[in-house]
Design a protein around this ligand. Structure first.
Ligand code: PLP
Length: 466
């Protein structure tokens, strides 16, 4: 997920995307009208839900769908969603990564159905927990694991642990990164380099400048300066940024990040919640990263609430050598349902049978096909847009070259154009994530699905360029 209000962002003046704004506004209007006409049941359910739900949706971010109201899902299976108006969509959103496995993969459905019959939550470990711990060790290389219900919670716990064991007050994040609803992460580097609250930050407990140093991704000088203060407990980083388009690290960036964090006694947390798309061992395995702590959620349980936090043996030794820190009761790290038997069963089935090496051997070429399809259309029409790919994930942006940091990516967004492309696709049976232009491939996605997206994308561009 990315954050920010659609309406606020819509007002921002836009970049050079090569599109005539008046044509865009007119075409958007037509697509929105068509959307309303063809979705009467979703519209009625939305009207009904508005009387009981905040904003008419279970969570406010669901207001963000391009049509002004979301389609209400009836069935999600494989790479398809069927809505209450009986439209079938090819789903490239995949629950914003929660369903990177495809919806309802059979091994997971089997495992959770069996588990439901034998206990959902007991406050006792199951054999599945041991299996999952061993598998996570094997895949990502970290020695010890604990579980949460979400990636947000894994990150929150990781930050607390890092502050506790280093005795340092601050966390370093990259401008326009997103790590879930984690207080410390809603900060960006202001124009003068000082850390400021990210726009739209809801009721921050304290000014984020007190808890956080924000710098730009790929900026090693800023990193060195920040770490040299000696006040940074940990860096919380995605291996590649994924919540403002995909921002890839420069060559050698991760080696330098690791070297500098070690030099300054700062711990490194790698958050692979989205970058798990890079392969069965995420970027950590693919790029040989050596984090001190590691967080993940979403797809790891095929969408059944599950998150995991890994750490090196050194980190656990430091944790348990501090008698004053309470990890077993009310110390601030935990959750009653975390590690429940249902989540563990879902994680085991996902790791054993769904998000395997073979699955990524299938999905990554699909994302390449998806990217190539977009590039061909963009080139044909001479648009100054770029496409980036990270394993099974691909995304296009309205700039000629990929951004090197979150601020550049943020400045290159074009909410109105995005909205048009999303609603145009939705009206033709293709579902993209409401956040930027992310598309994800699952083991259930086919080449035909990808080619259909290319076709619809081409049609949208032609429509805009008439
Ligand atoms: C990189 C990253 N980490 C953590 C999270 C939080 O995941 P959740 O909202 O499932 O807790 C997100 C959500 O989009 C994310 O993108």
């Amino acid at each position: 997920m990315g954050v920010g209000s659609l309406h606020e962002e819509s007002n921002r003046v836009t970049v050079v995307s090569g599109i005539d704004r008046d044509v865009l506004a007119g075409k958007l209007e037509v697509e929105l009208e068509n959307f309303v006409v063809s979705n009467p049941r979703s519209q009625a359910l939305f009207a009904r839900s508005r009387k009981s739900l905040v904003g008419g949706v279970p969570m406010p971010w669901m207001m963000r769908w391009a049509g002004g109201f979301p389609v209400f899902a009836r069935i999600a299976i494989g790479a398809r969603i069927i809505d209450v108006d009986d439209h079938t969509y090819i789903d490239f959103c995949l629950g914003d990564t929660g369903a990177m496995t495809g919806h309802d993969p059979e091994p997971v459905v089997r495992a959770i159905t069996d588990q439901e019959k034998t206990g959902i939550t007991t406050m006792l470990p199951t054999e599945n927990a041991a299996w999952v711990g061993e598998e996570l060790q094997r895949r990502f290389g970290l020695d010890r694991w604990m579980f949460t219900l979400t990636a947000t919670d894994a990150n929150r716990a990781a930050l607390r642990i890092c502050r506790q064991i280093t005795g340092r007050p601050k966390v370093l994040v990259f401008s326009y990164s997103y790590h879930g609803s984690v207080d410390e992460s809603f900060a960006v580097a202001g124009p003068d380099g000082t850390t400021v609250s990210r726009e739209g930050n809801v009721g921050p407990p304290v000014d984020p400048a007190q808890t956080t140093t924000a710098i730009e991704f790929n900026d090693l000088d800023a990193l060195e300066i920040a770490l040299a203060t000696g006040e940074i407990a940990c860096v919380l980083a995605e291996p590649a940024m994924t919540n403002m388009g995909i921002v890839l690290p420069d060559d050698g960036y991760h080696d330098a990040l690791r070297e500098l964090t070690r030099k300054h006694g700062t711990l490194l947390i790698i958050d692979e919640t989205h970058t798990f798309s890079a392969g069965a061992g995420g970027c950590t395995r693919a790029w040989g990263l050596e984090p001190d702590l590691f967080t993940i959620g979403k797809a790891i349980g095929s969408g059944v609430p599950a998150g995991a936090l890994g750490m090196t043996e050194e980190v656990t030794t430091r944790m348990f050598s501090q008698q004053e820190a309470d990890y077993e009761d009310t110390g601030g790290v935990g959750g009653t349902l975390a590690g429940n038997a249902l989540s563990m069963a879902a994680m085991r089935a996902t790791l054993a049978e769904v998000l395997t090496d073979e699955a990524f051997e299938y999905t990554i070429p699909l994302a390449t096909r998806f990217s190539e399809g977009i590039k061909a259309v963009v080139n044909e029409h001479g648009l100054p847009w770029n496409v980036t790919q990270l394993g099974a994930r691909a995304e296009y942006r309205f700039e000629d070259a990929p951004a090197r940091n979150g601020t550049q990516a943020h400045e290159a967004s074009d909410p109105e154009l995005e909205r048009f492309l999303h609603i145009h696709a939705l009206n033709r049976g293709v579902l993209l994530t409401p956040f930027h232009n992310m598309a994800l491939m699952s083991p259930a996605t086919t080449e035909h699905d990808v080619d259909r997206h290319t076709e619809v994308f081409d049609e949208a561009i032609r429509d805009l360029l008439v």
